[in-house]
Structure formats: structure tokens, C-alpha cells
Design a protein. Structure first.
Length: 95
């Protein structure tokens, strides 16, 4: 499994995209960076988003919910789940 950090992706779209393509064992195509220009049919309600470039408006948005994330992350860690921390800024919770 490959973990892709949103902040890393928007900060280095080409580098992170190349990392993903390499992980999948595919050949790099410059069109990977022009995904928003595809003429393929999109049949989901997110069609508008699919046609947009990657944007940074959501970077750090998790901070609005930081106080609510602590209990969930603690539960996930106890169950052997997520080692993830939003933007890797929240210190690890004690065991």
C-alpha cells in the first residue's frame, strides 16, 4: 500500500504523481499532470471537480476539527489501525 499525503501532493504534484505511477509499475506520461484536461466522459456528481487542477484550499483544513480528531485517532491506534496524523503535526498519542 502506498500512502499519499495530501499536503505533499499539492506541494509537489509531479514528484508525488511520479511516485504513484512508479509504485503502480506504469510508465510515466506527461498527461498525468494534465488530468483536468481530459475529454473523457465523467458521469459522477463530482464532474466539476474532475475538470479542475489540484488546488491548495484544503491544506490545513483539518485544523478546524483537530479537537475532535484526538479520540478517533487514539481508538484507531489502539486497534492497530492508523499511524496517520493530520499533516504529521499532531504529536503521537501516548500508548
Amino acid at each position: 500500500m502506498l500512502t499519499v499525503d495530501y499536503e505533499a501532493l499539492v506541494g509537489d504534484l509531479e514528484g508525488q504523481s511520479r511516485r504513484l505511477i512508479d509504485f503502480l509499475g506504469l510508465d510515466w506520461e506527461p498527461a498525468c499532470l494534465d488530468f483536468h484536461r481530459t475529454q473523457r466522459a465523467v458521469t459522477t456528481l463530482s464532474v466539476w471537480q474532475v475538470r479542475q487542477q489540484i488546488y491548495t484550499r484544503s491544506v490545513g483544513r483539518w485544523r478546524h476539527y483537530e479537537r475532535h480528531l484526538g479520540p478517533m485517532l487514539a481508538t484507531l491506534r489502539r486497534s492497530g489501525g492508523a499511524s496517520w496524523r493530520p499533516a504529521r503535526l499532531i504529536p503521537p498519542l501516548p500508548d
